[in-house]
Design a protein around this ligand. Structure first.
Ligand SMILES: CC(=O)N[C@H]1[C@@H](OP(=O)(O)O)O[C@H](CO)[C@@H](O)[C@@H]1O
Ligand SMILES: [Mg+2]
Length: 559
């Protein structure tokens, strides 16, 4: 690193002093905190993104969002060249950068890390970053801080992509690095044409069905609502009504959005008895999560939730149907049996796991966070992953996609329009519709809608695939959440000692009881999850476990 680069880094970072006393961590999905203390973090992540671009010689994404958190929070995360999350081996350096106390320490850290990673500043490759942000009011000034961070690396180029959903930015990064067209219009174009393709391939005899073509979507007063309005204008075959689009003056994520709906299991603001029986969906603040629900008749505010596990199950049923057509009667020479796998976390409802296993699927578990699920799902030819909260997607391996393309070509010459070829075409369309970079509420919604039409299923028929076990989630505020250490995909507490034994003793009191705790990676709380055979039992179990957390970790309150 030459003197010009060193003095540029020193000079620019002196304008972004870190907040005194704050200890920041990259967490489950990037840095998140009150937006007022994030200027220096965002500036430094700008530097990090430029370094990542130099290291990988690829375009990198930077997204300014705090997803489901309250509107006064914000956050920042990096999209790697493939469009996925930042490689985990860079997270410790991200933490060091964010917490460096002064410009000189920051510079030393960068020099040392660049040496270790063999990052060259010789100008042969210029760092290139795509920047996106959600609709939070703090986004604009944080974007400026990110730009200044990126521009602290000589020659770095920034493209401000404007207000986007998180998955749109990830999609664009992936497309750019594959040499494909990567504008928002290209994104919408791909989604709409592959949606149309699946709809056009619905067999005629299935077209008379019980399903109505109206869908009502809660946009969480965020970016997803805005983008869905744009999709709506280009869509045919489906009538979408967007509530909480952000234009009516509602507050982002307040009493609305997928996180609220999934955790509280009540209607979001703006929904009520006039929506009884209708298919409804809810997006989160940055539109990377999607859940469905319906309002039962005579309910106060309770909903029938169709969560990420059921979206996963719907996708699995559809993919399995296409694979059994394609693999059931293999014609020609080029035959191959796809490895299909499903990835869940400990938050998946036990009934969903039983259902998926009953379908004969391979189900595996990872810790919470898309970075873990995505990596695991990528090990299959077709890997479907979902968090119960509605974040997930279907990944197709390059190898399987090439096979599918070749098979489709072969079938179009020997049996054009056959069931076999149609199944191949459907799978190819799914691989284009569903975001290959990260879970995406908009593309997930279009796939759900196309599959429901294909099956001829109402939301009620879909919801009855299996009956969820009653579950409850609580948050407990403690003095230091890092005091809790877990193992076995977060299902067992290993520290503090004896806490797991105490939790086990509570679980043993209930039929089909299950409970685990873990520190949140996005909020300063310990999360408690419980499941049991009745709602009353599960509420008792969750409360007793929350009390144990309080006893063991002290200073508790229940936000
Ligand atoms: C129980 C729960 O919903 N946890 C969420 C939440 O993480 P926590 O580490 O639990 O705060 O936010 C993550 C990012 O959106 C998401 O991946 C994860 O599933
Ligand atoms: Mg989100």
């Amino acid at each position: 690193m030459d003197d010009k680069q060193r003095s540029l880094l020193l000079e620019s970072s002196s304008r972004f002093p870190p907040p005194p006393g704050a200890k920041l961590s990259y967490g489950t999905a990037g840095f998140r905190a009150d937006a007022l203390i994030l200027q220096s973090t965002v500036f430094r992540v700008g530097i990090l993104a430029a370094l990542r671009s130099l290291k990988t010689q690829s375009v990198i994404g930077l997204m300014i969002t705090a997803s489901h958190n309250k509107v006064s929070d914000n956050g920042i995360k990096i999209a790697d060249p493939c469009g996925g999350m930042l490689s985990q081996d860079w997270e410790p350096f991200a933490d060091e950068l964010a917490n460096a106390p002064d410009p000189q320490t920051l510079l030393s850290l960068i020099i040392e890390f660049a040496k270790k990673e063999k990052i060259s500043f010789d100008g042969a490759f210029s760092a290139e970053i795509l920047l996106g942000r959600d609709t939070r009011p703090s986004g604009e000034s944080l974007l400026e801080a990110a730009k200044q961070g990126i521009n602290s690396i000589v020659g770095a180029v920034v493209h401000d992509m404007g207000i986007l959903t998180t998955p749109q930015l990830h999609w664009m990064v992936r497309a750019r690095n594959k040499g494909l067209k990567a504008t928002e219009a290209d994104y919408f174009g791909q989604l709409l044409s592959s949606f149309r393709c699946i709809m056009d391939l619905i067999p005629n005899e299935r077209k008379i069905n019980e399903i109505e073509d109206r869908l009502i979507v809660d946009g969480a007063n965020g970016v997803g609502g805005e983008k869905l309005e744009a999709v709506k204008k280009m869509l045919s075959g489906l009538v979408i009504e967007v509530l909480n689009s952000g234009k009516e003056g509602g507050i982002l994520n307040e009493g609305v959005g997928a996180d609220f709906v999934q955790k509280e299991k009540v209607v979001p603001h703006g929904f009520g008895s006039n929506h009884e029986g209708i298919r409804c969906a809810s997006l989160d603040g940055d539109a990377d999560r999607l859940v469905y629900f319906s309002v039962p008749s005579n309910s106060s505010s309770k909903i029938d939730l169709v969560d990420g596990d059921k979206i996963l199950s719907l996708f699995a049923v559809f993919i399995k149907e296409q694979l059994s057509i394609l693999e059931g009667d293999m014609k020609g020479n080029n035959n191959y049996k796809a490895r299909l796998g499903v990835v869940q976390t400990a938050y998946a409802n036990g009934a969903s796991t039983d259902y998926l296993k009953h379908l004969g699927l391979e189900v595996v578990f990872t810790p919470t966070g898309v970075k873990y699920l995505h990596t695991r799902a990528a090990q299959y030819d077709i890997g479907i992953y979902f968090e119960a909260n509605g974040h997930g997607t279907i990944l197709f391996s390059e190898h399987y996609l090439s096979w599918l393309e070749a098979k489709n070509n072969e079938l179009s010459s020997i049996s054009q329009g056959s069931e076999l070829q149609t199944a191949a075409l459907r799978l190819l369309a799914v691989s284009k519709l569903i975001n290959q970079a990260v879970g995406d509420a908009l593309s997930g919604l279009l796939l759900v809608e196309a599959i429901l039409q294909h099956m001829g299923w109402s939301i009620h028929r879909w919801s009855e695939l299996y009956q969820d076990l009653p579950s409850r989630q609580l948050k407990v505020k403690v003095v230091d959440r890092t005091a809790v250490v877990t193992a076995n995909a977060e299902t067992v507490v290993v520290r503090p000692p004896s806490l797991q034994e105490a939790i086990n003793a509570e679980i043993a009191k209930y039929t089909r009881g299950r409970s685990f705790i873990r520190p949140s990676g996005t909020e300063d709380v310990i999360r408690v999850y419980a499941e049991a055979s009745t709602q009353e039992e599960v509420d008792n179990l969750a409360n007793s476990v929350a009390e144990l957390v309080d006893q063991f970790l002290g200073g508790g309150s229940f936000p």
